[in-house]
Design a protein around this ligand. Structure first.
Ligand code: ADP
Ligand code: MG
Length: 227
């Protein structure tokens, strides 16, 4: 209907604005951060102010880069690709962070899977986000299990599962996951799940999070096969 068309148009204009804005903010931000770092010599009080300024700049930088993942023009960067190779890249990229936090990542069932239509950079970011959250949920270390398998159903789909044995998420918090800026971390942005959910939906997929306090969290991503 007409109303729906107008709604969609509004959304895409908002998306383009956000993308433009993010790009515009990033350049001056990088320059500011550089100068703040250069100025961190001399008077003690000034050095303290500059440290605070630098950490606030880093925070803005983090928010901007998380939003920028969404900014890419979607449809034309989709390619038919092997999901396993994407997951292997993600594992390689996450290895250092995992080791630093005493976390072991175990990949299972990463066997041959049919190719899917996707933006591999966006999907990489999604799984990096989930692994980062899993690591952050296990301050004393632990194990992350990652698996991907083909679910034969009427509509065949691939399920990628990222499972941790971390703090878990209280029931009353589960409904807030994916809301922009919802975070329980002092240094969090609360954008990771929102961006991940948007990307998965852009792939005609679905995100499901189940969790038990003290036991851990399971993040399931369902992605459809090409028609
Ligand atoms: P951020 O990590 O910056 O806080 P996210 O959108 O990635 O933002 O996550 C939002 C919130 O969801 C987190 O602050 C945390 O409370 C919760 N959360 C997400 N993943 C997990 C997980 N694996 N274990 C426990 N809590 C999680
Ligand atoms: Mg996060």
């Amino acid at each position: 209907s007409e109303e729906l068309l107008i709604q969609t148009e509004k959304l895409s204009i908002a998306g383009q604005l956000a993308a433009g804005l993010a790009h515009e903010i990033r350049n001056p931000l990088t320059a500011l951060k550089g100068f703040v770092q250069l100025m961190q010599v001399g008077q003690e009080t000034h050095r303290k102010y500059l440290e605070v300024m630098e950490s606030e700049l880093s925070r803005i930088e983090m928010i901007v880069s998380e939003l920028l993942v969404l900014a890419k023009p979607q449809a034309n960067s989709f390619k038919r690709m092997d999901l396993v190779s994407i997951l292997r890249d993600v594992l390689t990229l996450s290895e250092t962070q995992a080791i630093l936090h005493n976390v072991q990542i175990r990949a299972e069932l990463l066997e041959e899977l049919p190719e899917i239509d996707c933006d591999h950079n966006q999907l990489k970011q999604v799984f990096i986000n989930f692994i980062k959250n899993a690591i952050e949920a296990m301050p004393d270390g632990g194990v992350i299990h990652i698996s991907a398998e083909l679910l034969a159903a009427e509509q065949p789909q691939i399920r990628i599962r990222v499972q941790d044995e971390g703090t878990g998420i209280p029931q009353e918090h589960l409904t807030h996951l994916g809301e922009p800026f919802y975070t329980t971390k002092t240094k969090g942005t609360g954008l990771g799940l929102m961006v991940s959910k948007k990307i998965i939906e852009g792939h005609r997929g679905r995100l499901e999070i189940t969790s038990e306090v003290g036991m851990g969290t399971t993040v399931d991503v369902y992605l459809p096969l090409p028609n």
